[in-house]
Design a binder for this molecule. Structure first.
Ligand code: PLP
Length: 361
């Protein structure tokens, strides 16, 4: 068997090795059922223990208040760009957006199809290298919700603190930061995440939504896009992404055994400090984001020369540091260091970058 690479992909990304091993062990015969989780009925008792177990673990690890529903959906985070306005833009048909990159912009454009979407602030003027500052007065008190992308996967920024939206419910795309550190869910009306960054394999989208925001979807909302449909049936209205839910449960068990989100945050801060610490003193590489808004999960950096960037990407790949090429709109390199990236992977990457810098000085 080939040894595993350090995969710095923005997504799908690495999964914890103990999780993959456990899944492999249970592949042919899940807990004496004589079947793989991929083969069993989603209405069976045994699968029920998986989906119920996954939800209760997520509630425990994320400390989700009891007046929030957890929904296990499909369609990716991108489907939420439509589902959120269809379900929540239902009183004054207005929503406020902060544009911090492509994902927030896609959400804004989609919402504009279903109501009055307004841009409150944007960091487009500086290629999304910072998080715009806002105050309560910037938000329309009549907006049905205010929308942010909490961690910007492409540009490597993260809100250092949440915007104050007053009584307007805050909705956040947390696809690339969920489970990376504690999150106070009670500060939000709704958060959602595609699983393929920090929760499990692709195919599962998790929505955590305050109960009072469910049940008033716009008339045109397709049944499958109505949160009430899934909330009423505990995510079993139709076939859920069974195997991804099972994998997510294994990831949550791994996270809980590690000490939960406080312990995870400590590890993630250590990893980020190692990488940013190197970048801050490097004469060849530098980070692209203002210091106070740096992401814990996605670290873009450049040399300033496209040829040198390409050379570094190629040399990195040759040493087993894969998928480290930057997004085409930023260029350079991007190391996504999600939960499953071991500290050792970041240390070895920095050793490599240091060597590369010396050889190319
Ligand atoms: C990856 C990502 C998405 C897109 O997720 P899909 O599941 O592919 O639709 C949306 N928002 C953020 C912040 C992301 O990182």
């Amino acid at each position: 068997m080939n040894s595993r690479v350090y995969n710095f992909s923005a997504s799908p990304s690495m999964l914890p090795e103990p999780v993959l091993k456990r899944a492999a062990e249970e592949m042919l015969n899940y807990q004496g059922s004589g079947q793989s989780v991929m083969e069993m009925s989603h209405r069976s008792k045994i699968f029920d223990s998986i989906i119920v177990g996954c939800e209760s673990l997520l509630r425990e690890v994320l400390n989700i208040p009891s007046n929030y529903k957890v929904l296990f959906l499909q369609g990716g985070a991108s489907s939420q760009f439509a589902m959120v306005p269809l379900n929540l833009m239902n009183k004054n048909h207005k929503a406020d957006f902060i544009i911090t990159g492509q994902w927030a912009n896609k959400a804004y454009k989609e919402a504009a199809r279903y109501g009055n979407a307004r841009i409150v602030a944007s960091s487009k003027d500086k290629t999304f290298t910072y998080i715009p500052k806002t105050s309560r007065a910037d938000f329309d008190p009549e907006a049905d919700y205010a929308y942010i992308c909490l961690n910007n996967t492409i540009y490597g920024t993260k809100y250092p603190e949440l915007p104050d939206t007053g009584d307007v419910p805050l909705v956040a795309d947390v696809s690339s930061c969920i489970l990376s550190e504690p999150l106070d869910v009670s500060k939000f009306g709704l958060v959602f995440a595609g699983a393929q960054k920090n929760m499990g394999p692709a195919g599962l989208t998790v929505v955590i939504v305050r109960e009072d925001l469910i049940g008033n979807a716009q008339e045109i909302t397709p049944t499958m896009f109505n949160y009430a449909t899934h909330a009423e049936k505990n995510s079993l209205f139709n076939t859920p992404p069974c195997y991804s839910i099972y994998m997510c449960k294994l990831v949550l068990e791994w996270l809980k055994n590690l000490g939960g989100l406080k312990a995870m945050a400590k590890i993630n801060h250590k990893k980020a400090d190692i990488l940013y610490g190197f970048l801050d003193q490097s004469k060849l590489f530098h980070g692209t984001v203002v210091k106070e808004d740096r992401s814990l999960m996605n670290v873009p950096f450049v040399t300033g020369s496209d040829e040198m960037d390409a050379k570094a990407v190629k040399a990195a790949e040759a040493e087993g540091f894969v998928n480290i090429k930057g997004h085409r709109t930023v260029g350079g390199l991007r190391a996504s260091i999600y939960n499953a990236m071991p500290t050792e992977g970041v240390e070895k990457l920095v050793d490599f970058l240091r060597r590369f810098e010396k050889e190319n000085a």
